[in-house]
Design a protein around this ligand. Structure first.
Ligand code: DC
Length: 219
């Protein structure tokens, strides 16, 4: 029997992480935050002083990640890094190393290993297009850059990080361009993906819509 997968892709700060976590919780499914894997690799590289263009060294870091997902906590080699990987510097570095083939390839098997009964909700950029092309339901979240900057601002301030709205807007625009225009696994809706514009939706409404679509495909 195939293990069902729901993919939720979208740009940075589109709310996909929150929506994915809530959908997974409601269905009792496992959760894959694939962006965290790129962030963990980026954090390891920044801490080790690895050049962000050194593809073989970065791929080695990616394939050797010793990570434990424990609910909301993320442990890297036994150290809690849940907040550290959310820093903007780490997000920007993640988006840069995510353009490299060897880094992406090094993370494929690890991502597939999250597909466990009774099901998986996976969020990222290429979940529906590359990693789980046979997913039962594919969702593509969008939201205006302003709405996303506001969300990221609140998220950063809430975690005690400094944040500046103008700098965040510019950062999001640059990150969107890099994630969308890259040659490998670019950010784009998968074929057959349901589009969900979340600028004016509450989290509850977005979660309810995803669950309704999932029921509609026979689950
Ligand atoms: O979703 P996020 O902001 O945590 O992701 C951080 C970066 O990781 C993002 O800018 C691009 C990269 N990423 C990716 O290339 N593919 C994914 N499936 C998830 C994230």
């Amino acid at each position: 029997m195939t293990i069902p997968v729901i993919t939720i892709d979208g740009p940075t700060a589109s709310g996909k992480g929150t929506v994915a976590a809530r959908v997974a919780q409601t269905l009792g499914f496992a959760l894959l935050d694939s962006g965290a894997l790129y962030r963990l690799t980026a954090l390891s590289a920044l801490e080790a002083g690895t050049d962000l263009g050194d593809e073989p060294a970065l791929a080695k870091l990616a394939s050797g990640l010793q990570v434990v997902f424990d609910g909301e906590r993320i442990l890297l080699a036994g150290r809690e890094v849940s907040d550290a990987i959310r820093a903007e510097t780490v997000g920007v570095a993640a988006s840069k190393i995510a353009t490299l083939l060897a880094v992406r390839a090094a993370l494929v098997d690890f991502q597939h290993s999250f597909r466990q009964a009774p099901g998986l909700v996976a969020d990222g950029r290429d979940m529906g297009t590359v990693i789980f092309p046979d997913a039962q339901l594919k969702v593509f979240l969008t939201a205006s850059v302003e709405a996303r900057a506001e969300r990221r601002y609140k998220q950063l301030i809430g975690k005690g990080f400094p944040a500046n709205m103008a700098a965040l807007l510019q950062d999001l625009r640059e990150r969107d361009a890099r994630d969308t225009e890259r040659a490998l696994a670019p950010l784009k809706p998968a074929e057959g993906a349901h589009l969900l514009e979340t600028s004016v939706l509450s989290v509850d409404q977005a979660v309810a819509q995803v669950l309704a679509w999932y029921r509609a495909v026979g689950h």
